[in-house]
Design a protein around this ligand. Structure first.
Ligand SMILES: Nc1ncnc2c1ncn2[C@@H]1O[C@H](COP(=O)(O)OP(=O)(O)O)[C@@H](O)[C@H]1O
Ligand SMILES: [Mg+2]
Length: 404
């Protein structure tokens, strides 16, 4: 895959990063997209596994057909067979009408089975059959049906344990993983960690119309690169959002601030630090930063175009006054300005349409969440938010959150 094509894909899907393992995963996904082979995406929680199936579907001949993403872990065991394979009228109590099931409606298309390791063992047998023969039977039926569905599945590393414990069929595992793709954990992505931080910091700033986005001191960058990130990109995203909203007095993140949020490498990580080879600090350079900015703007550009199209359709159907003034873009530190890469559109209009939660509202939401989680215990909530109890009291008053 040439790198231009890879950049185009990254821009289109909002994927940030340049490390070899990520590029390899994307490259493999694109190479196999146009086949009907089953793909199994593995990786820890929060590494971005959900990005690939859509990318595979969109780049396959099936792209004009249906795509469904199903989280196998969130469907109750009692209904999962009927959800996947359909059922006949009266197949069980409450089965009023017949139901085609995903394998029926996705015929010709792609099914993404997320958290496939959570499938009950009886469902695994049905799945294996449909993968091997294209045949399935609705719940309560005897008639064998045919379907042509491409399967992309995802699982975290625990599936190996499930196989060992007899909870996941090994034959199904092999059948699903004709093409295995591993998404690397964040801690192995070197300078990508900083790029991702910037992306998220810029997104929050744009969303809440903050005048400036957060930046890291060089020392804080080092800490971020050495930290183990057990929650991977999801954790980094949450942290960046939290910091962006809760840090009111400064826009510069230091190691001290990070340590308050428990972002701190363990002693071993500080000592025997292994720098990820392909992501040396020279490579985390102006060029890759600019590339990322460019990607982001490109992606926003695309989203604006799609929004424009949607608006046009809405206006055609029901003429309403949709005139709005786009907010001004947050100012960026001068050395980050991609002077020769700036597209002409205002890249933040999308957020304005979507949601205009103020930063106060967002802070209020975080406080309510922390209080709820800690059953109203203010001390605990304050600790969790990394603010003093006094500040929390003040904010509770300010936002009128006192209990009656
Ligand atoms: N390379 C990346 N660039 C930008 N955002 C990413 C990237 N990888 C993951 N994300 C974001 O991180 C979050 C977690 O990704 P997700 O696909 O849900 O993880 P998983 O399914 O592996 O647990 C999502 O918000 C996703 O958009
Ligand atoms: Mg997931």
């Amino acid at each position: 895959m040439d790198s231009k094509e890879l950049q185009r894909i990254k821009a289109r899907y909002g994927i940030v990063g340049n490390c070899e393992a990520l590029n390899h995963a994307l490259d493999t996904a694109l190479q196999v997209a146009n086949t009907d082979l089953s793909v199994l995406i593995t990786g820890e929680s929060g590494v971005g596994k959900e990005i690939l199936p859509r990318l595979i579907h969109d780049n396959s001949l099936r792209r004009t057909r249906k795509y469904f993403a199903i989280n196998c872990g969130s469907i109750p065991e009692g209904t999962i067979d009927s959800e996947l394979f359909g059922h006949e009228k009266g197949a069980f109590t409450g089965a009023i009408g017949e139901h085609a099931g995903y394998f029926g409606v996705a015929d010709g298309g792609t099914l993404f089975l997320d958290e496939v390791g959570e499938l009950p063992i009886s469902t695994q047998a049905r799945l294996l059959r449909v993968l091997e023969t294209g045949e399935y039977i609705r719940v309560g039926a005897s008639e064998v049906r045919k379907t042509n569905v491409r399967i992309v599945a995802a699982t975290n590393v625990n599936i190996q344990n499930a196989i060992r414990d007899g909870k996941f069929r090994e034959d199904l595992f092999f059948r699903l993983s004709t093409i295995p793709i591993k998404m690397p954990p964040l801690r192995e992505r070197g300078a990508d960690i900083i790029l991702l931080f910037k992306k998220f910091a810029m997104e929050v700033a744009a969303k809440y119309q903050m005048p400036q986005y957060l930046t890291l001191t060089p020392e804080a960058e080092e800490v971020m690169k050495r930290y183990k990130w057990p929650g991977n990109i999801r954790q980094l995203k949450n942290l960046t959002e939290q910091l962006s909203i809760l840090l009111r007095d400064t826009r510069i993140v230091t190691p001290e601030i990070l340590s308050e949020y428990e972002i701190w490498p363990t002693i071993e990580e500080q000592g025997g630090l292994v720098r990820v080879g392909h992501a040396s600090s020279e490579q985390h350079s102006y060029a890759s930063e600019r590339e990322m900015l460019f990607q982001m703007m490109n992606a926003m550009h695309n989203e604006i175009n799609s929004l424009k199209q949607q608006l046009a359709t809405i206006q055609q159907n029901a003429p309403v006054d949709l005139s709005f003034a786009p907010p001004s873009a947050p100012s960026m530190p001068a050395h980050h300005t991609p002077s020769d890469a700036a597209p002409d559109a205002t890249p933040y209009a999308e957020e304005y349409v979507e949601e205009s939660l103020s930063i106060d509202e967002q802070e209020k939401r975080l406080i309510i969440k922390a209080l709820e989680k800690n059953h109203g215990r203010r001390k605990k909530a304050a600790e969790e938010l990394h603010i003093s109890e006094r500040t929390l009291y003040r904010k509770i008053k300010e936002y009128g959150l006192e209990e009656e």
